[in-house]
Design a protein around this ligand. Sequence first.
Ligand code: ADP
Length: 621
Amino acid sequence: MNDDQAASPRLLELCRRFLKSFGQTVKLVSLYSAGHPVPASSQRESWQLLHELFTESGWDEISFSLVAGRWLANGQLVADSAQAYELLAIAFRCHALQSVTFLPDCKLYELSALCELASTPANRAYETDASDFLKERGVRHIEANLESFVRARRVRPLASTAVQSQRATLLKPPVPVAQTSAPAAPRQPPQQSPQRPQAPTQVSVGFGSFIKSIVERAVVDPQERARIYAEAVRHIETALAQHVSQATHKLLLEKQGVVNERLRTENVLATVTEGKMVVDQEGRILMMDQAAEDLIGRPFSDVAGKNILEKLHGDDQFVALAKDLVIPENRPISDEVRTSGGVQTLSAFRQSMALVHDEQGRVVGTYAVLPHAAKYRETQRMQEEFLANITHDLKAPLTSICSALEVLSEKLGAHIDNEEGEFLDICVRNSRTLRQMIDELLDFSKLQSGRMSVRPERQPLEPLLRECVRALLPWARSKKIDLRLDGAESMAELPQVLADRGRVLQILNNLVSNAIKFTPEGGRVCLSAERGQRDNDAVVVRVKDTGCGISPSDQKLIFDRFSQVQSERRGGVGLGLAIARELVLQHRGRVWVDSEEGHGSTFSFTLPVAADDKAGDDAAQ
Ligand code: ADP
């Protein structure tokens, strides 16, 4: 491109994107090591943009220069100084770069070398000669053009070896310089660059040559001349080093202050939280750790890619997210924070937490009391953990006691008198009850932790109902209760259901044994099943008793864990119905109770009709 030829807006936009991407890469390289995947991918992106730029423009070189705080590409204004290019601008100043020229076919490693150069800490940058640095790394398609003393007319941090290299650089006439920089540079006879002998428009002389010419004019003796020249250079270098460190000191302090402040807030937050989630610029979930999974109650695979502001789970969660997920370059950051989730949870959380500020109003800590929901959850978690451990530990000794008592009762039955036999029976019965309670507790803790799985299979319901009646008949008889299966004749017409045999038997056993437990002698317990009236795709199973019944207020509680509402305790731990409900839910069914105090209860639950049977029914209709 000739300087007088304006680049298209598209090309200028590409230049801007490249600068921005490269500026970002330099920032990343200064944060991470150069080989780290984060800056590496950013480097690749910048490199691709550079190639795109060459392909679209057809230019034989692209020269980026920083003049009076503005970025130029081949002499055309691309961008004003902005935050995104700040580090790049600092690098330009520290290395006394007037411009950086890229040639077509620039390799990725060459761009990496430039990144490395640009990210050299400011206090070391003035020791590094940019051209030598690139040359040593085999860079042939990027040229670092040093700012010349003559041209700038002001003291700049200049690389020490740059003084010796005395490179006169071909400079394009950067348009804004003519308007903005101090008095025009004295014109020098054009010198040819060895690399690109195109017609130069302006030539400047290196700082080293300038000093040398003064010394040559002032001192005649060649040896003395060399000594004075070396001395002058040394003095200037020291002065420049001081100047650079003074100029950058304030900047470094400011930067450190900002970094420290950010770190302090992050440390406070990191200490009071456990899980970690990563979102993209739109707020979509990219990563989360185990603790965050536990918090949400769902695996990462369930929520990956979903917007974090979408309601994640239940009313007991809320999300607060900054509106500006990307730091804007052209305006102050918005103080808006978007929230979503349970309003009450948010208010409970707010009421239970206070931020601690310093005198300047900066966040330095938090003060918190446990919100009720968190307290409740924590207690629940401890209770479940305790249950899981204690039941597991009790199960083994209890099983051996039960077996030993059963063997004793069998073997000694004939040799002991009635009273002793009765004692032994009581022992056997009670140990069985205890084992059943432990089993319930274990089942419950398995259900809670998701370790109990239900595998429904297509099967007829009747055999399950019969098996339950058969197992509990001896107990019912011992209490003179009439336990029976109602409507056995019409059972064969029922469609098959999707049921996990073992688990459905467990549900039935829980309901029927409760019915026997809470029905007085001479009462009746009936099991029946029918096609759902309301829900035709389900079969309803009922357990009806003539027992004590349950008050309406108690009916609301009995499916909760550990709830026993009868004043008189009759064994059990208050988990049977909670387990039954969980198992029914896992079968995609419902469970409920109809009861009237003093007039018995009917517990009902549904099981889904198996798909083939549904199809068969539909065809028959
Ligand atoms: P438990 O193991 O203590 O029986 P459940 O969860 O099975 O625990 O039952 C919870 C409570 O519901 C029982 O303690 C009892 O008060 C009430 N209940 C359950 N089934 C019946 C019933 N058929 N008749 C009357 N009350 C019942």
